[in-house]
Design a protein around this ligand. Sequence first.
Ligand code: 5GP
Ligand code: ZN
Length: 140
Amino acid sequence: RLKALKMQKHQEVIKMIDRDCIFCKIVKKELPSTLVFENERIMVFKDIHPAAPVHLLIIPKKHIPTLSHCSEDDAALLGEMMALIPKLAREEGIAVSGTETGTPQGGFRVVVNTGPDGKQDVYHMHIHLMGGPRPWKTPN
Ligand code: 5GP
Ligand code: ZN
């Protein structure tokens, strides 16, 4: 019975997080964001505290707390999010060029902070797309 009670409590906590989730509010347009791309499943907007000259967040519209909560059922959604990156990079002027000449230029980092040890702050899964000329605000 104690376990059942604990599970109920856990579910309540998850629901509470969902209802108060800032990224869900951005999806519902209850909070403003600088929108870069949107379709039925995905939103892309500018990070409010950019760590690089270009810093976008790619999020699923449905509330998924962390990458750790994903499974093979989410492969299409996660694939679609990843596959958007080259187009976003070209539009933002951070795509890689020059590989054929041996002098690559441009580029970006793709990061998914996951859970407390992964230093995730917002518990609505998101992909960071960071790029642009160095130096960045991030230490590496
Ligand atoms: P995390 O640390 O969870 O991987 O990243 C959360 C990111 O969301 C941070 O880079 C932070 O700057 C960004 N962020 C937090 N709140 C907001 C917000 O209200 N609007 C936008 N656009 N970005 C936010
Ligand atoms: Zn959410």
